[in-house]
Design a protein around this ligand. Sequence first.
Ligand SMILES: C[S@@+](CC[C@H](N)C(=O)[O-])C[C@H]1O[C@@H](n2cnc3c(N)ncnc32)[C@H](O)[C@@H]1O
Length: 310
Amino acid sequence: MALKKSEQVAQPADDNNLVCSCTEGNSWHLQSLPEMDSALFNNWVELVESRTGMRIPENRKSFLLSKLSIRMREIKIASYQAYLELVSDEQRGLVEWETLVDRLTVHETRFWRDDSIFQLIQKEYIEKNSLLKHKQLNLQVWSVGCATGEEPYSLALWFEHFCTMNSIENKQGVHATDISLAALATAREGLYPENRLTNLPDGYLNYYFSKVEKDKYKVNDNLKERVCFTKLNLLKMDSFPFSEFDIIVCQNVMIYFDQALRIRILNEFANHLKVGGILILGAGEVLAWNHPGMESVTFPSTLAFRRSCE
Ligand SMILES: C[S@@+](CC[C@H](N)C(=O)[O-])C[C@H]1O[C@@H](n2cnc3c(N)ncnc32)[C@H](O)[C@@H]1O
């Protein structure tokens, strides 16, 4: 079936076993995904899990196949096995692996995704520690799995607005990390289509963003300076040199990991918090975690823990 050409890259089709691709004649075609036997599928699953923590279940095999097929067609690799050999090679396949990671990770996010975390930060951290009596708010915040930047910019925006409203100097900074270099590049640029900004509270768009193109807005420099984007794989947290955070926000990331890995990462987060610091997760993302230095924080619509002692 020939389709009208509307985009420059191949896209997964709605049907799970089809991929939509552009031929040299510039027309679009739906093609069946090449088969992958279970041994090769297991090798791919193991490679992705050992390097990213993400486990691809059997019922997402067609997701993996469509992402691999699209990329293989782009770089003219004929078989899943040859592609596996390329990306498994830690030297020859390094650059290609970075591209593939971006294709396999889900970067779904939005501005002001979870309003309750701001209320939690205000009540459970700022007010509980009477920080408003100081002339400045000097908090270090870590946005983990920040995708294309909407979460860390929302945090920076909230702090900026909060400090202005309370007439205190904002010295706060957000460290934002992700495994995907492409997502981080988008985040650093800070350029968003208007329809991705509709969730912002009234007035924020005009105050903290500048319209730079038709229907596109850029985060203002003074806000951008508050957010530092760095590549970090949560499986390699030893390489992250920062600790003593006041707040760690990790939402919609753990869902891709199994329970044992979630616990390992949570224990690492605990080590990166100062005493009194708060870890905020997505509601329902973690069950049965006990850490001697962490206590649960009860707050509506949130899952959070406080570092209670060293
Ligand atoms: C669904 S997004 C969550 C975005 C944001 N936190 C939010 O809630 O809106 C998940 C992000 O986790 C990142 N991620 C997945 N595995 C990772 C890993 N091993 N290390 C670091 N980031 C990872 C993905 O690249 C993706 O950007």
